[in-house]
Structures are given as structure tokens and as C-alpha cells.
Design a protein around this ligand. Sequence first.
Ligand code: KG4
Ligand code: ZN
Length: 347
Amino acid sequence: MSEPVVLGIETSCDETGVALVRGHRLLANEVASSVAEHVRFGGVVPEVASRAHLQALAPTLARAIEKAELDWSEIDAIAVTAGPGLMGALVVGLSAAKTLALTLHKPLYGVNHLIGHVGVDLLDHGPLPQPALALLVSGGHSSILRVDDLARSVRQIGGTIDDAAGEAYDKVARLLGLPYPGGPVIDARAQLGDPTAIRFPRGLTARHDLERHRFDFSFSGLKTAVARWVELRRRDGLAVPLDDVAASFQEAVADVLSTKAIDACQTFGLTELLLGGGVAANSRLRQLLASRCQEVGVNLRRPRPDLCTDNGAMIAAVGVELVRAGVAPSALDISADPGLPVEVVSL
Ligand code: KG4
Ligand code: ZN
């Protein structure tokens, strides 16, 4: 087959994403976000997210088709997020994708959202030399993955034992009185602060932790340390230097993530490192990881920041790999799986 044209649909959380790709070429990537509707609750409200997807999906789909200047008949396959995510939100995208697959007589691929985060870089930087290592850092996951074959074989080497990296950003923002989502706000405030002002803990890096959790992540202790530091300042009637706290917290996150990812590359003898997930948009993580990778001869692949957060392009990108690898399409009666494990690439 020539370069497959794949439609990608993403509705796992608060972004309705629809994209069209031809091979690794992005033709259209439309995202409608319901984040503004969740801000006053300080986090995503599942019912609000589902309803927003219902409203946004048809117009977002129409815009994507128009931008890509494609006819429906030119689409070769439909890829859709099957999990993990919010059940009600996933069902909206999955139902739409099934309907399209049925009416257009095209194969359906139920794709793992997390693999989408890792695979989106193929649209920016082309085919991935495999095996590769991936650092996946999103709102719900911080994982180190070994990617032997993006379409068929992804293994988790280490993961989150409590709060994920993005979750820590969101919780720390909340305790600092900053809005949801916390990542972009803390990233911006951190530019104005001193990352060495406060030495916050680096979770699971002590020698006794390394024996059992060498490639695992824990950010809950860091969040608590920030909370305690802020509380003590307030108790003593001192101002809280928000920019310094943000910069010091961000430094601790970027330090741990990059140290463990590079340790894994060296341990497994892998020289390709793929970064993905919402936290991959973080300026300090991108910079620190790039300089550390360069020092040890690892090639870092970082998708451009706007492809790091949730979108349809990442799902379409995995769809293309599945089509090319000849993986069997999904049955039309697949169910969304809110807890889909990271190692299951497609359903
Ligand atoms: O991957 P994603 O868009 O959704 C999930 O699959 O979870 O990730 C969302 C997470 C949020 O926790 C958000 O605060 C974080 O990514 N995030 C960032 C940045 N942009 C988004 N974290 C740090 N720095 C950023 N620039
Ligand atoms: Zn995501």
C-alpha cells in the first residue's frame, strides 16, 4: 500500500482531537478543549468532559476533513483512543469511530492513548530506529518503556508508584493557588525563579530505593515537601516566593526524570530516547534531558510542544504503524478500557 491515510480520534480526557495523516505527514490536527469548563473545579469533571466531547466531535471532525482537503473516500483506516482515560469520554470517540468505520467500510483500530504519546514523534522526526527507550510523562503516568516494535511490542521497565509527574504539577499548582492545569503555569513561573533556591527531594533515588525501584518514579513525597515548605513560610508570616518554589520544584522533577531515563538507556544499551506525554512540553525537562543525552551519546527525540498534550495526531500516528505492520484491525464491538495497561498497543 502507498502511504496510508489515517483518521485519528482522541477523546480520553478534556481535549476532543481529530487529525488526518498520510504516512508520517500531518494533514490536519484539530483540537477542541473543554479545559476552561473545568478550571473552577480545579480538575477535570468527567461528566462535563463527556458532554463537551459530544458537542465538539462533529464540528471538529468537519474542520479536520476540510483542512486536510480530503474526501471521506480517501481515508484508509480509522484509529481511535480505546483507553486509558475517562469511560464516558472514551465512549464518545469510540462510538463515532465505529460509526465511521461501518459507514465508510474502513478498518477500525482501537489504540492505546499512552502509545500515542510515544508515537506522535514519528510525525515530527520520521521512522524510529528500534529498539528504543521511551520516557512517557503525562497527567496519569510516568513510565520508562522499552519499544521493540511500536505496533506490537512495548514493555514497561519502570512506572509510577504514586503520583504521576503531571499529577504532581497539577497538585503543586493547586497548593500554590495557581490554576488548573498546573504544568504550563508552573513552567512559566519557573522561568522567573531560581531553581537552586530550595533543595526539594528527588524521589526513589536513594541507594536503598534503587535496589527495588531503580526505574520507578514517586512524586508524592516531593508534593508533600513543597506543601510543608509553603506551610512553614506562611506560619512564620513570611511571603511565599512563588517563582522560586516553582523553579525549584520543576528542577527536582526534571532532574529525576532525566537521571532515570538516561540510567535506563545505559543499562539496556539503547541510544534512542523518545519523549512523550503532556509533561514532555515542559521547557526545563526538554532542555535538561537534551544536554544530558548529548553528554552520553543518546539521540533524544522530542515532539514539538503542541503535539505533546492530547490530540488526534498521536492516535493517527499509531494507526499508521499498525496498518503498515499488518496488525489485524479491531472488532467493531470492542469496549473502551479506562484502565488499559500501557503494554497493550491496540485492542
Ligand atoms: O498527556 P496529557 O495531555 O494528558 C494525559 O494523558 O494525562 O498530560 C496532561 C498533563 C497535565 O498534568 C499538565 O499539567 C501537564 O501534562 N503539562 C505540563 C506542561 N504542559 C502540560 N507539565 C509540565 N510542563 C508543561 N509545560
Ligand atoms: Zn494524554
